[in-house]
Structures are given as C-alpha cells and as structure tokens.
Design a binder for this molecule. Structure first.
Ligand code: ZN
Length: 147
C-alpha cells in the first residue's frame, strides 16, 4: 500500500480541475489547487459535457445526478430538497444537476425516460437509479443505501 491510495481525486465545481485530496483532509474544506474555489460548497453543481466528464467519469467521489428540466413541476419542487441533501451528503458524495433539455445527449445516453430521475454514479459506473421526486431525508437514505 502506498500513501497515494488514501487520496481521492476530486473535481472542482468551478473549473473542473482534478485535485488529489488526502482522505483525512476531505472534511477540512479543501480548495482547488488550480483556481482556489472551495471543492465543496454544499450546493449541487450544474453539469455540462465537460463537467460530466470531470466529476462523474474522472473523479473518485460518488456523484448523485438529478436529471431534470425547467418545465417539470415535480423537478422544481424537489430542487430545494436536493439542495438540502447536498449539505448533508458532501463531502462523501458530490451532488449535481443535469438539465435534460440543455444536455439532451447525456439524457439520451443514460436512457432517461421520466424526470426527475436520480442516478448514483461511482467512477463512471451507475450504482443505482430512482425516478420520481423525493424529500431530503429519502434522498439521503436512498443514496447511503446504494453506496
Ligand atoms: Zn478549480
């Protein structure tokens, strides 16, 4: 075992830069080495192609993605619940939102048929998915059960 194995690759929510963060420093409000932004802001980030690649496919942290759209009433209702879940699940899990109208290719790639749909990823692999709006406590419980 090397000392490297205790570090996690964390993508920056502002610049998508990849940072290697020692496990024991994860709870100490780590900052991006490239742009200086806080790596965790207790706020879901909006994913585009580049963000999806960095956060979901290249970083080590599990990512909970909310596939949604602005016209979707239940999605808008769930937004504050999802936001509150981010504050409790970070830094163990990264929370992100993917607008299926703005990013139709990503929605299509994962066969999203109804929204909102939550998909939990780890290192690019899908661990679980759940359709339908959920409250904060259910989002947290479901995510922890599926890690
Ligand atoms: Zn950065």
């Amino acid at each position: 075992m090397t000392t490297e194995s205790t570090a996690l690759v964390v993508a920056c929510p502002r610049c998508n830069g990849l940072n290697r963060v020692p496990q024991e420093r994860m709870a100490e409000a780590p900052k991006c080495g490239k742009c200086g932004a806080a790596l965790f802001a207790a706020h879901p980030l909006a994913l585009d192609d580049a963000g999806f690649h960095a956060h979901v496919e290249r970083a080590d942290l599990p990512v909970l993605v909310d596939f949604w759209a602005t016209w979707c009433g239940p999605c808008r209702m769930m937004a504050p619940q999802f936001e509150a879940a981010a504050a409790q699940l970070e830094p163990q899990v990264r929370l992100a939102k993917l607008d299926t109208e703005a990013q139709p290719a990503l929605g299509g790639r994962f066969g999203i048929r109804s929204i909102p749909t939550l998909v939990l990823f780890r290192q690019g692999r899908e661990l679980a998915r759940q359709s339908g709006a959920m409250g904060t406590a259910d989002i947290i419980r479901w995510t922890r059960q599926n890690l």
